[in-house]
Write a protein that binds this ligand. Structure first.
Ligand code: PDD
Length: 290
């Protein structure tokens, strides 16, 4: 791996490593025609992946959830992920894996035995700007219009694309989905957690939220340092809510200072949020030193 970002990028596509600019898939790939596929995004710090096994296990669960056979063993997948990282020039990278049911003449019902499409790319790991870390992010809420299997990391992300656009129109960074009772579920591409009466609270894992690997990490470090954690439905208007944060592979946790034009807590990044963020960044830094 070179440190030059000028180096041509390499993608893995169905058995071959090829220049990213030449990487193509069939126009009748079911991922393209039906969003019939699943994906993962994994962070790598200086050559060491954060929670790789947890991401691969979730990839397997997603495949099972949509009845797509795993294109290879998880061990082989780990090797391909490492090799894709190694063939690209980024120290801190975000490796993207996508598995679709494969290419076939268009028919809703998959016909016969298809060979899944597997692509893997590596890009520089995007990090929140110092300004966003200092101020926190602004968000909106939207009624959840997504399907009822959000625990599957499906590539069918149109609702999230629309949600992000709604947020951008309001100069906000993320949109969070609300259930019928006004409970905070998760964001278009993040989980959301809050500090309520000093307790770290987040929606329990069910069909309405993705089991974020970063959400797990936030819970893990919080518990390790003696914070109480509750996984329960919660609402923004709960008295005792002093902080909110969102979590994802590319964000660790990020403070949220405003939701629907309402200031959260003091309007500044919460102390507990920043403490959790720093604990997580320490663990990420430690990976660079392995
Ligand atoms: N998004 N919820 C949703 C709907 C997501 O799309 C994501 C991640 C998360 C956080 O999951 P994790 O902590 O495992 O990254 C929660 C990825 C990063 C994306 O779509 O690019």
């Amino acid at each position: 791996m070179s440190s030059s970002a000028q180096q041509a990028l390499t993608a893995y596509v169905n058995g071959d490593f090829i220049p990213l600019e030449d990487a193509t898939i069939h126009i009748e790939d079911r991922g393209f025609q039906f969003a019939d596929g699943i994906y993962e995004v994994i962070a790598c710090f200086g050559g060491n992946f954060l929670d790789l096994q947890a991401h691969l296990d979730r990839l397997q669960r997603s495949c099972e959830g949509v009845r797509i056979p795993l294109p290879c063993s998880l061990d082989k997948m780990a090797t391909l992920v490492q090799e894709t990282y190694d063939r690209n020039p980024f120290e801190d990278a975000m490796v993207y894996i996508q598995v679709t049911r494969g290419a076939a003449p268009r028919s809703h019902l998959p016909q016969g035995k298809l060979t899944p499409t597997l692509i893997i790319t590596s890009r520089v790991l995007p990090k929140p700007s110092n300004e966003k870390i200092a101020t926190g992010i602004k968000a909106i809420t939207l009624k959840d219009i997504r399907w009822k299997h959000c625990e599957i990391k499906s590539i069918a992300l149109l609702a999230s694309v629309l949600g992000k656009q709604e947020a951008a129109l309001k100069q906000a960074d993320e949109a969070f989905w609300l259930d019928e009772e006004g409970h905070m579920l998760e964001g278009c591409a993040t989980n959301i957690l809050a500090i309520i009466d000093g307790v770290l609270v987040t929606h329990p894992l069910d069909h309405q939220v993705l089991g974020g690997i970063t959400r797990d990490m936030a819970i893990r470090v919080a518990k390790k340092h003696g914070l109480s954690v509750e996984e329960r439905p919660w609402r923004l208007d709960e008295s005792g809510l002093t902080e909110a944060m969102m979590s994802s592979t590319t964000n660790a946790v990020m403070p949220i200072y405003c939701i629907d034009e309402k200031i959260i807590g003091t309007g500044k990044p919460g102390a507990t949020t920043m403490q959790i963020r720093n604990w997580m960044l320490e663990a990420m830094d430690a990976l660079r030193r392995v």
